[in-house]
Design a protein around this ligand. Structure first.
Ligand code: FPP
Length: 242
């Protein structure tokens, strides 16, 4: 096993993952795409459980994007049903493992039952102090910035915020991620090298890892290797080391 890398040793405190490749994984096995999503859901638990081994305190995963509604009705309905069942099934385990669950994304378009379960999961794990798991559901980075700007503009209109006080420090307070640190490392599986509208503002200075592994095959060992490799990177945030 890769030696654990804690943030004190230079490991990532916050890792964000674009879990790609479920569909191809299923197709390669002659199965429907949803079969791949179910296999992908099982991987989520394993990766969450491995976070403490690698010193990862925050894990943010991209489960459904604002663009994923363009998929077939069968796939969208199947994914929504998977999310509902996942929350119902996994929450007790997350409480037991001290995992705090949060959701980011635009909730109104999601069905009422799913929204209720999301609220419940957040409440049930509110006291948990271990890994912070954030699930992006109906999430898009541009949509998030637009919604944040709307709320910010309302505060300006209401006189709660002066236009001259709008800056890099104020805007993130209106983002869905306002209580989270920026991701140190963003991983995308399945060999695609793009960010697909994920955490656009927050990942301005994140390190990226694009790996060929399809998400259902992404094992904790590979996750650990990527966390260890992050520890060897030189993050300068635009500055020059003296
Ligand atoms: C991308 O693979 C994956 C998704 C759009 C869904 C992600 C969902 C999961 C991993 C499962 C459930 C997660 C939770 C939190 C329960 P793709 O379908 O685009 O794959 P492809 O590029 O091979 O077609």
């Amino acid at each position: 096993m890769t030696r654990p890398t804690s943030p004190e040793e230079g490991g990532p405190r916050h890792v964000a993952i674009i879990m790609d490749g479920n569909g191809r994984w299923a197709t390669m096995r002659g199965r429907p795409r949803l079969f791949g999503h179910h296999a992908g859901a099982r991987r989520v638990r394993e990766i969450v459980e491995s976070c403490p081994d690698y010193g990862v305190k925050y894990l943010t995963i991209f489960a459904f994007s604002t663009e994923n509604w363009k998929r077939t009705q069968v796939e969208v309905a199947g994914l929504m049903s998977l999310f509902r069942r996942y929350i119902m099934k996994e929450m007790q385990a997350f409480v037991k493992e001290n995992v705090r669950v949060r959701f980011i994304g635009d909730r109104p378009r999601l069905d009422a039952k799913l929204r209720g379960l999301m609220d419940e999961a957040e409440k049930m794990t509110e006291h948990c102090t271990g890994t912070n798991l954030t699930i992006a559901l109906n999430y898009g980075g541009r949509d998030e910035v637009a919604r944040a700007t709307q709320r910010l503009a309302q505060d300006v209109a209401d006189g709660k915020l002066k236009p001259e006080d709008v800056c890099e420090e104020t805007l993130p307070r209106y983002l869905d991620t306002c209580v989270l640190p920026d991701p140190d490392l963003v991983i995308r599986t399945s060999g695609e090298a793009r960010i697909s509208n994920f955490l656009l503002w927050q990942s301005a200075y994140s390190e990226y890892e694009f790996v060929d592994t399809l998400w259902p095959d992404f094992a904790p060992e590979e996750f650990g290797r990527l966390c260890a490799a992050y520890g060897k990177r030189d993050r300068r945030f635009g500055a020059v080391k003296v």
